[in-house]
Design a protein around this ligand. Structure first.
Ligand SMILES: *[C@@H]1O[C@H](CO)[C@@H](O)[C@H](O)[C@H]1NC(C)=O
Ligand SMILES: *[C@@H]1O[C@H](CO)[C@@H](O)[C@H](O)[C@H]1NC(C)=O
Ligand SMILES: *[C@@H]1O[C@H](CO)[C@@H](O)[C@H](O)[C@H]1NC(C)=O
Ligand SMILES: *[C@@H]1O[C@H](CO)[C@@H](O)[C@H](O)[C@H]1NC(C)=O
Ligand SMILES: *[C@@H]1O[C@H](CO)[C@@H](O)[C@H](O)[C@H]1NC(C)=O
Length: 766
């Protein structure tokens, strides 16, 4: 009776809450008619008042008035109010606020940007890289400002003293935080301080100063540095420990960064809607590109599944993750070591012979040595530890299925105490669970993502399923199984290759644009970290380090942002499109043989910093080129108004007669999607290249066509009489129909006596 009435009460309570449920929305209005932010705020409040009923309520519900680089506000609204607003003439778009996730050094030497690379220090120190991330660790050695003068004159940003934040210097010239939802985050600090380590890591990768002898407890030892050690950093904290990264905060950070005068924006945050006029990062990046600021973003960590790539707007540089030539292994030794004299000093064949003749020895197999994957910084204290399979250590019979994965509360502490536990991968932090109940560590079996070294808080390593089978059969073959895991060592490995986790194309946002654009190192990257968090963030971890290894397209993104800054330091007046073109056409081609998804995994290939500075030719464009592209994609003029601030007349962008070609954009890569109902698909790509080399030059075309595809270019030779001269060409791709989900790779190479300018051409069948 009581129970029932109680339920009844709580049910009606829920209904009441639903009725008044409010969410944050971002409301975009037409272009500013004034620069006076007080007047703009007043306009915003008037618009909002019309649905809220009163000025006071409007004031209480508004959390942002974006007044600098675009005209919008964010407010807490009911769905009904949001609908009413979107019906208003002056409102261009209403977006419900979403929360995004983070896309969780030797890498520069590997990329061929040595410490001694040619630099233009005077210009480099005028470059400002803005990061939208988890904040910064100002105490880190990577952000010392030795030798740097005051911020460049163009800088209009600010930096205050905040909780636990010691303030800026001449390296970190700006720091702000954005959190408008008002929800408390007890694990974070309302300040630009980074408590997760992610923003510190990305910032130091892009523009950290040189720190010699940086390592994670001796691993990956070397000089840590960013691409542009003399450039400045502007920090915009938009991601929080518990809530993630709110779109309304991300837009506020874009607004601030554009106003403050950053040159490059690096954003290692997950993308949202594939529609370019609904995705907050795409919209923010468009406002940036309109002001000459390039946005570099991570492609996502949803690979190797196809069509998972995010942040795919053509005005964003989309970065995939690749592996470098270094990997981390831990030696695992199984066996009690009783028969060491046999196993180590005698030939294996002889040992086997002994087995056959001595049946009691069959119980003690050879000492098996295998290589696990991961970062384990612990030296074993014993020669061997007892080994148990998690499945055999269940706390009761019901827990057995969970114990196989060593899930929390599934293991019997008495069975695990003092032992190494073998588990199938369940959740992140297996070793912490085992250690928390008295175990020594864990050997974890995992099937995917074996190219990434996870960092452990206790002795642990990852093995593949075939090694896993060896371990389980060993455990069953002996009465007292044992094992030891040695501290991790580094090995050399062939590279580059696309990271298994890196999100793949084809681009869900447009069949005409190849994404990702470029690959950069994103596996086991050493960079600065925070001492406010252990290196794993797991319970019981006592390891703290100023530098750590992290993996993700999040780590790849600041490599490209840093190189964009490097290119900009040589060419301060280049447009974002020119810088992107330079980065794409100079990339080092990667191998289709290793990466079956080819360009959908690595874009144009591996980032090549020193060549990017001198690309020879560039594929340039301004923001109206993107509008033409969007009109051609089928976006209506009214939906595009959010980008330009006023309605777009698409017919004035789309000239009749198909003069704009297959994709209507001057992009440095070409992608043709085959039509399923046609024998042959033809794509006519129209491009314009600008000679950015010194003086006159002649370029000849060289084409690689995959089988079943005919690619021609007209003219086949481009003659430039002077620098900055533009030339047009037309590339025609004719492809026969083929099996679905097939990807073919071709390329166009413009070659002069000095330069070669490469564009990948991708043909695929959906
Ligand atoms: C932040 O500063 C406050 C005092 O200003 C201090 O009590 C607190 O421990 C600091 N938190 C961290 C994580 O450093
Ligand atoms: C890192 O390497 C340097 C020499 O390059 C050496 O002096 C230093 O001891 C090494 N550090 C660690 C922790 O191994
Ligand atoms: C499992 O790992 C071992 C050691 O790294 C390797 O030799 C073997 O080829 C791997 N097996 C599979 C199926 O990947
Ligand atoms: C849009 O542009 C086309 C072509 O330039 C022009 O004919 C038409 O009048 C324009 N429409 C509007 C509404 O301005
Ligand atoms: C381009 O082609 C012409 C004609 O075949 C040739 O004379 C010239 O040397 C070529 N130039 C380059 C840079 O390959």
């Amino acid at each position: 009776m009581f129970d029932h009435s109680f339920q009844h009460v709580s049910l009606s309570l829920i209904i009441t809450i639903e009725l008044v449920w409010q969410d944050f929305y971002i409301v975009f209005l037409g272009a500013h008619h004034t620069l006076n932010s007080d007047i703009i705020l007043e306009t915003h409040l008037n618009v909002l008042s019309s649905v809220k009923g009163s000025y006071l309520e409007a004031k209480e519900s508004m959390v942002y008035s974006y007044t600098n680089s675009f005209n919008a506000f964010a407010a807490k609204l009911s769905e009904n109010e949001a609908n009413k607003l979107s019906d208003m003439d002056e409102v261009l778009l209403v977006l419900r606020n979403q929360y995004r996730k983070l896309h969780t050094t030797r890498s520069w030497d590997f990329l061929g940007l040595p410490l001694t690379a040619e630099r233009r220090l005077k210009f480099e120190s005028d470059i400002i890289v803005g990061l939208l991330d988890t904040g910064i660790t100002p105490e880190s050695q990577s952000f010392k400002d030795d030798g740097l003068g005051p911020p460049p004159a163009k800088w209009k940003g600010s930096c205050d003293h905040y909780a636990n934040f010691s303030g800026c210097n001449n390296k970190i010239i700006g720091a702000k935080y954005f959190k408008a939802d008002g929800n408390s985050d007890p694990l974070d600090i309302l300040s630009p301080i980074d408590v997760l380590g992610h923003g510190t890591h990305t910032a130091s990768t892009a523009a950290g100063t040189q720190v010699p002898k940086a390592s994670l407890f001796g691993l990956a030892n070397g000089t840590a540095r960013g691409a542009v050690p003399s450039a400045r950093l502007a920090i915009y904290k938009v991601c929080w420990t518990l809530s993630g990264c709110a779109e309304m905060d991300i837009l506020a950070a874009f607004d601030a960064a554009i106003h403050d005068g950053v040159d490059i924006i690096s954003i290692s945050i997950g993308g949202g809607d594939p529609s370019y006029v609904v995705d907050a990062i795409a919209i923010g990046a468009f406002f940036a590109v309109s002001k000459g600021i390039i946005t570099v973003a991570s492609a996502g960590n949803e690979g190797p599944d196809m069509a998972t790539v995010t942040n795919t707007a053509p005005w964003i540089v989309t970065v995939a993750a690749s592996g470098i030539d270094r990997a981390f292994r831990s030696t695992v030794m199984l066996g009690s070591g009783k028969n060491v004299s046999c196993k180590i000093s005698m030939l294996i064949a002889l040992c086997k012979l002994v087995y056959v003749y001595n049946s009691s020895w069959v119980q003690t197999p050879t000492m098996e040595i295998m290589q696990g994957i991961g970062v384990d910084c612990f030296n074993p204290e014993q020669k061997q530890y007892p080994l148990i399979n998690g499945a055999d250590a269940a706390r009761n019979s019901e827990a057995k299925e969970y114990a196989r994965y060593c899930f929390e509360d599934s293991l019997d502490p008495n069975k695990v105490k003092g032992k190494i536990v073998y588990c199938k991968l369940g959740a992140y932090g297996t070793e912490s669970i085992v250690k928390g109940i008295g175990g020594i560590g864990a050997i974890i079996e995992r099937e995917r993502y074996l190219d990434v070294a996870q960092v452990f808080m206790a002795p642990a390593t990852i093995v593949n399923d075939s090694l896993g089978d060896t371990i389980t059969s060993y455990i069953h073959s002996t009465r007292s199984p044992s094992a030891v895991i040695y501290k991790t060592h580094e090995i050399k490995k062939p590279a580059p290759f696309a990271a298994s986790f890196s999100s793949r194309g084809p681009n869900p946002g447009s069949q005409h644009i190849l994404k990702p654009d470029i690959a950069a190192p994103g596996i086991d990257i050493l960079a600065s970290y925070t001492l406010r968090r252990s290196i794993t963030g797991l319970e019981g971890d006592t390891q703290f380090s100023k530098f750590t290894l992290l993996s993700g397209t999040s780590m790849a993104c600041p490599h490209v942002a840093g190189v964009a800054a490097y290119v900009k330091s040589f060419h301060p007046d280049w447009t974002p499109a020119a810088i992107r073109s330079a980065i794409i056409t100079t990339a080092k081609p990667m191998s289709r043989k290793i990466n079956i998804e080819a360009e959908f995994a690595y874009g144009s290939g591996q980032l090549n910093p020193t060549r990017a500075v001198n690309p020879g030719l560039i594929y340039d464009m301004d923001q109206f080129g993107y509008i033409q592209f969007l009109c051609h994609e089928g976006y209506s003029g009214s939906t595009l108004s959010v980008l330009l601030g006023s309605p777009v007349n698409c017919s004035s962008y789309l000239f009749p007669g198909g003069v704009i070609g297959y994709d209507a954009i001057n992009y440095p890569t070409m992608q043709l999607m085959l039509k399923s109902n046609k024998d042959t698909t033809i794509g006519v790509f129209k491009r314009t290249v600008t000679n950015v080399g010194l003086g006159p030059a002649t370029y000849n075309a060289s084409i690689k066509s995959p089988k079943g595809v005919e690619i021609t270019v007209k003219p086949t030779s481009l003659m430039f009489s002077h620098t900055m001269q533009k030339k047009n060409f037309i590339l025609v791709v004719k492809a026969k129909s083929m099996a679905s989900r097939k990807i073919l790779s071709g390329s166009l190479l413009w070659r002069s006596s000095v330069y070669y300018v490469r564009s990948p051409i991708v043909i695929y069948s959906p």
